[in-house]
Design a protein around this ligand. Structure first.
Ligand code: ES4
Ligand code: ZN
Length: 326
């Protein structure tokens, strides 16, 4: 059987996608021109050539630099619409999207400008492209608790558009415990919780995300395999892990795809899912991520369908919507 054809036909659900990480260099230059923003790279080619990362921080430095071109409601709308069009063509039927409001509000962009542009595209994407979606507000963990609380307050008028809060940015040195109280406040608002944990950080951060932040999913979580008790807990709770294969190799979490722990995780009974993280920076969207792991591990239809099903089950869709996908 042709695995490429199967991957193309597979109904895909994306659960770990930073909308700011879908900003392709061409669009970045177009927004910079429209908004009169000066860039530190002379051309699209020079910028793309700089996407040669050695760890998470080396990526984040460029990622936050890129956000400077996003200024108007139209920018956020076009950014989101372009992502939805790309993934609709890849067979994505549902996507749960992170956004980083602090990376914009800290530059003087209003919270409402950001969320209005994103959600206008999400509504249109569902109607015109048939891609359903949910939105997850991420707190930047390198900033302090007060800043996260201020962001949660800014989100209050828009809570009907947000399904969950998440935690992203520089992991090491910023454990989940730093955000226990703001996550508790978010849960009191009726929001679900997720958190990046065990990408570069130790297994202890995954324990904290479970015990202190009461997460419904662990984002990345690939370092869980270093702790057998943690793996047992994650299996027991059927806790989804949103794995991002191309992200992990591009950020040197693993030296190459064959060294990735995905296969080990699936063999252990973990609910791993495949996701693209920051596709404009890491060399591919959902199809490219599925293709990379299929080739590295010689996955057949059984593994590919199991991965796809894990994502449907791990999504925040209701039971009826999940049943319609499978
Ligand atoms: C991120 Cl790959 C990754 N890890 C942590 N925070 C992030 N924000 C955007 N991409
Ligand atoms: Zn991420």
């Amino acid at each position: 059987m042709d695995m490429g054809a199967l991957i193309a036909r597979l109904p895909k659900v994306e659960l770990h996608l930073h909308i700011e990480g879908t900003l392709e260099p061409e669009q970045l230059f177009a927004f910079a021109k429209r908004n009169g923003v000066a860039l530190s790279h002379p051309s699209v080619e020079a910028l793309r050539a700089a996407y040669d990362f050695h760890n998470l921080q080396s990526f984040l430095d460029l990622y936050y630099q890129g956000t400077a071109v996003l200024q108007t409601e139209l920018d956020f709308y076009e950014l989101t619409m372009a992502y939805l069009e790309r993934v609709a063509a890849q067979g994505v039927v549902h996507t749960e999207i992170f956004f980083d409001p602090q990376s914009h509000t800290d530059r003087g962009i209003a919270f409402g400008t950001v969320i209005d542009g994103i959600t206008r595209a999400l509504t249109e994407g569902e109607q015109r492209l048939g891609v359903s979606s949910k939105l997850i507000l991420c707190f930047l963990r390198h900033l302090d608790e007060d800043a996260a609380f201020a962001t949660l307050r800014q989100a209050e008028p828009y809570l009907d558009r947000i399904v969950a809060v998440g935690l992203d940015s520089s992991e090491v040195g910023h454990p989940p415990s730093k955000f226990e109280r703001v996550f508790s406040a978010a849960r009191e608002h009726g929001l679900l919780t997720v958190a990046h944990a065990g990408e570069e950080g130790p297994p202890e951060y995954i324990w904290e995300a479970l015990d202190l932040l009461k997460v419904s999913r662990i984002d990345h979580g690939v370092r869980c395999v270093e702790d057998a008790n943690l793996v047992a807990r994650l299996v027991e709770e059927k806790m989804p892990l949103t794995v991002c294969p191309l992200s992990n190799t591009r950020l040197c979490v693993f030296p190459d795809m064959r060294a990735h722990t995905l296969k080990q995780m699936l063999d252990a009974g973990l609910k791993a899912t495949i996701n693209s993280d920051d596709p404009a920076y890491f060399g591919g969207y959902m199809t490219e991520n599925f293709t990379a792991v299929q080739e590295a591990f010689d996955f057949g239809p059984e593994e590919l369908l199991a991965l796809s099903l894990n994502s449907v089950e791990a999504s925040f869709l209701d039971a009826g919507a999940k049943a319609r996908i499978t």
